[in-house]
Every structure is written in structure tokens, then in C-alpha cells.
Ligand binder design. Structure first.
Ligand code: SF4
Length: 435
């Protein structure tokens, strides 16, 4: 066997091992939604593709603004959308939020996030309980002592009555302190030698599993329960979810509880979620990014979609390949063009994904010079190679690996012409569905 063949064989084995590693944690499938007349619902777990979800940051009592943000998040790729239900006014607004979403053709299941008073709001606002497609319960925030189990059971009873699934969502920042104290004492008494991080991590898992048992005792079925155990540090999150995956077959919602802002938040989430997802752990994800003041909430959806797409688990949107730029190109044209194409694709995707099935697999390249430009452009479905410094001012365009034409002109002319070529490619390659 030649050296090249041996390397190819080895690479083939590695690829097989990687693909076999994906989706190893077998979980029960939980269908979220639909409430009446709101589409097919979304399957979480049970071998279904990993689902993206997000959460609004509007005041839920403002039904118009919240519905609008739900619609925008769903349009960006969020398959489940969660709103906080924290006050009587918020609970009262839920049916209108759902109605506005449906009126706009948005069938993404709507989830209510409850803390402290969920048992009261869900029983006093039965229309909200019916309109929501899933309830999130934080076992650390449903009360203390005996009232904790009673109030938790009240929420489960509403879920049973309305046939809704729940997420038992444990958070590091609001962990059941009675459980933590008991485990700390046990660690001291029995000289177990566990670190405080190990005790917290163990308590996270125990809280989720004990609450799952209680939910089952209350009459919920296994196919109505999703679990999460969110922490803010990636290494802790990875340890906790590996443990959870060994101890439960309930579907798992992955996410850091406070990923942080910008690059830090995206990098932390990509590391933590990427490692777990590549081990087959995780059925739905949320990337909890802190937006800049006035920032776009959809960034967290884009980040979640990119993580799944980078791992080869889902395709949400055409991928844009752009080189990082270097001293060979001092013009910013290729950066501006890459940004414009990325923005255009995101803007068009809500319409494209229904009208042009398969468009999410399209690849587009925008490259800065002759070194890698033609090669990457040929490898994409449609690519443009811009001239680097000192190169002749020609921009060859490649379509499905063939040189199709050469564009020339200033930035606006190039951008308009290339955008038109992308549009034409989408129309031709991913024909519209017949209605
Ligand atoms: S393609 Fe050209 S401009 Fe872009 S990073 Fe490579 S060498 Fe630099």
C-alpha cells in the first residue's frame, strides 16, 4: 500500500469513528407543540435532529413587541421560542402573543419560562397554560422545604391536564440550596474528599433526576420531560452533561447559563456545546449571548445554527466562505462584499427556505486574492475571487466549479452583479415549490 493510500485509509477510519460518535446518547422523543392549529410541532430527542431554541428579551406583558421578537427569532432559525412568564400581566399576554405569531404564519412552539410563581400563574391563567407549548420549571426556584414539592407538583398537574411537555431546567445560579448543604455535610462526614465544584456538579445532576422522578410520580410521561443543567463554565458543563447522559434517557437541552458577550460568549458556547454534541450528547441547544445595548437578539440564533452546521449536524443556511485577508489585499472590497453577501443570505433565508428547498446546503465563496481565491471559489457552488494588491482588476466568478464569467467595476457594481448571480443560482438550482 502506498503512503498516500495508507493516509487515505486512516482518514476514512477517523471519519467513520467521528460519524459513529455522533448521536450516541439515545433519548426518548418529546414532541413540543402544537397547540391547536399551530403546525406540526417540533420533536426533541428520540433521534430527531438537534433543535435550536432562543429566548426573547422583551417585556412579555407587551404582547405586540414580544410576538414580533418571537417571529424574528423564528425567522432567523429558532425552532422553539421561549418567553419569560413572570407576572400576571405577562401570563395574561401569552394568548395574544401566540395569536399574533399564528396570524403572521409563525408556528414555532412557544415556551413559558417560570420561576417562583409558576404554580400560581399557570393555575390562575388557564388560557396561558393552554396557549403555551411547553413549560420550563426551575426546581431551585419553585419554593423551599415541603412547599417546593407541592408547588412543583401543581405545575406538573397543569402540564398533565393540558398535555404539555416540561423542561426541568436546573441552573448553577439557582440550585436547590438544601440539597447542596446536605451534600456538603455528607462530604465532610464521610470524608469523601470532593471539591466544591464536584459537589455542585453532582447536586445539579441529582436535582434534575430527583425532579424528573417527581414529575413522573405526578403523572407526566417520559415523553413529556426534557432536562437541562446549565452552568456558566464550559468545563463544568461538559462534566455535568457527560454524567447526565450516563444516568438518564430524557432528552437534554444544552447551553451555558451565562455565556457572556460577543466573542467570549460565542467561543465558550462553541467549545462546550461542540464537544458534547460531537459525543452525541444534546437534543436541543440555546446559545445564551449577552447582547450589546440595542443589539440584535437573533445573534444567539445565528451562533447556535453555526455551531450545528460546523459540526455537520444540521444545515440551516448557505455557508459563506471568506478568507481572513492579509497583506496581499489592502482593499476592503472583499470584506465588504463578504459581509454584504452574508447579510443578504440571512435576509433572504426566511423566504428562500420555504420557496427553494435545499438552498440551505448552498456554498458561497468570497475570496481576497489569487492565492486561494480561484481554488476556494471553484470548491463552492458559486464563488468570486477578487484581485489582491497589484493583480489585474478582474474578478473571476466560478459556478459549480467552472469559470462562468469575469466581473469588473467598483464595489457597488461588483456587489450588485454578484448578488444577482446568487439570486439566479438559487432560482435555477433550487426550483420553487409548486403551491
Ligand atoms: S486568499 Fe489571498 S488575500 Fe485572502 S488570505 Fe489568502 S493570500 Fe490573503
Amino acid at each position: 500500500m502506498s503512503l498516500l493510500s495508507a493516509i487515505r485509509a486512516e482518514l476514512g477510519m477517523i471519519r467513520m469513528t467521528m460519524s459513529n460518535a455522533v448521536r450516541l446518547h439515545k433519548t426518548v422523543g418529546v414532541r413540543v407543540g402544537p397547540s391547536s392549529g399551530s403546525g406540526p410541532g417540533v420533536m426533541v430527542g428520540g433521534g430527531a435532529p438537534v433543535v435550536v431554541q432562543s429566548m426573547t428579551m422583551t417585556d412579555t406583558a407587551d404582547a405586540k413587541a414580544t410576538a414580533q421578537q418571537c417571529i424574528e427569532l423564528a425567522g432567523a432559525g429558532s425552532e422553539l421560542v421561549r418567553v419569560t412568564v413572570n407576572t400576571p400581566e405577562a401570563a395574561a399576554a401569552v394568548p395574544e402573543i401566540k395569536r399574533r405569531m399564528l396570524d403572521a404564519g409563525c408556528t414555532a412552539p412557544l415556551i413559558g419560562d417560570f420561576h417562583y410563581n409558576g404554580h400560581l400563574l399557570l393555575t390562575r391563567y388557564p388560557e396561558a397554560a393552554r396557549a403555551l407549548d411547553k413549560y420550563r420549571i426551575n426546581p431551585g426556584n419553585v419554593g423551599t422545604g415541603k412547599r417546593r414539592d407541592e408547588q412543583f407538583s401543581m405545575i406538573c398537574a397543569v402540564a398533565v391536564e393540558n398535555r404539555k411537555p416540561v423542561r426541568i431546567g436546573v441552573n448553577g445560579g439557582s440550585l436547590n440550596q438544601e440539597l447542596v448543604m446536605a451534600k456538603m455535610q455528607e462530604n465532610t462526614d464521610r470524608r469523601l474528599g470532593m471539591t466544591s465544584e464536584e459537589i455542585i456538579n453532582e447536586c445539579m445532576v441529582l436535582s434534575a433526576l430527583q425532579s424528573t422522578d417527581l414529575a413522573l410520580e405526578c403523572g407526566l410521561r417520559k415523553d413529556q420531560i426534557i432536562i437541562s443543567c446549565k452552568l456558566s463554565r464550559p468545563r463544568d458543563l461538559i462534566a455535568v452533561y457527560r454524567d447526565l447522559a450516563k444516568r438518564t434517557s430524557q432528552p437534554l437541552h444544552l447551553g451555558l447559563t451565562e455565556a457572556g458577550m460577543g466573542t467570549k460568549g460565542v467561543a465558550s458556547s462553541a467549545v462546550a456545546l461542540g464537544i458534547l454534541l460531537n459525543e452525541g450528547i444534546g437534543d436541543t441547544i440555546r446559545v445564551s449571548l449577552t447582547p450589546r445595548p440595542g443589539g440584535d437578539r437573533r445573534e444567539e440564533v445565528y451562533a447556535a445554527c453555526e455551531i450545528l452546521q460546523a459540526l455537520g449536524l444540521r444545515s440551516f443556511s448557505p455557508s459563506i466562505t471568506a478568507c481572513p485577508g492579509c497583506g496581499r489585499t489592502t482593499s476592503s472590497t472583499f470584506q465588504e462584499l463578504a459581509e454584504r453577501v452574508q447579510g443578504y443570505v440571512r435576509e433572504m433565508m426566511p423566504a428562500w427556505k420555504t420557496a427553494h428547498p435545499g438552498v440551505e446546503t448552498m456554498t458561497v465563496a468570497v475570496m481576497g486574492c489569487i492565492v486561494n481565491g480561484p481554488g476556494e471559489s471553484k470548491a463552492a457552488n458559486i464563488g468570486i475571487s477578487l484581485p489582491g494588491t497589484g493583480e489585474s482588476p478582474n474578478c473571476p466568478v466560478y459556478i459549480d466549479g467552472e469559470h462562468a464569467m469575469t466581473l469588473r467595476g467598483n464595489y457597488d457594481e461588483l456587489a450588485t452583479a454578484f448578488q444577482k448571480l446568487v439570486d439566479d443560482y438559487v432560482e435555477r438550482k433550487y426550483p420553487a415549490r409548486r403551491s
